[in-house]
Write a protein that binds this ligand. Structure first.
Ligand SMILES: [Zn+2]
Length: 86
């Protein structure tokens, strides 16, 4: 397969990027980290809907953090799978 299109020069080779995979791992990690501050402040119990309030709060936190999470996950991916040589 050619690297570039004959007519327009568009790159045809897929650039590997598993940043979204790392993003998922970080998202799950933040969900667990959210428990650390949510539980002492608001409390969680199986007797009421507090678990659902926690889930909604965590989802909002993760969505608000996305601009940084996307960049950070890409950086983590590059550090994990590509060695930087000096
Ligand atoms: Zn083309």
């Amino acid at each position: 397969m050619r690297n570039n299109c004959n007519n327009c020069g568009e790159r045809l080779i897929y650039e590997t990027n598993n940043g979204p995979g790392i993003n998922y791992a970080l998202t799950v990690m933040i969900f667990f980290l959210n428990i650390l501050w949510y539980w002492p402040i608001f409390g969680m119990s199986y007797k009421d809907n507090s678990v659902y309030y926690f889930l909604v709060t965590s989802i909002v936190v993760v969505i608000l953090l996305q601009p940084w999470l996307m960049r950070f996950s890409r950086i983590v991916y590059l550090y994990l799978f590509f060695g930087f040589r000096e």
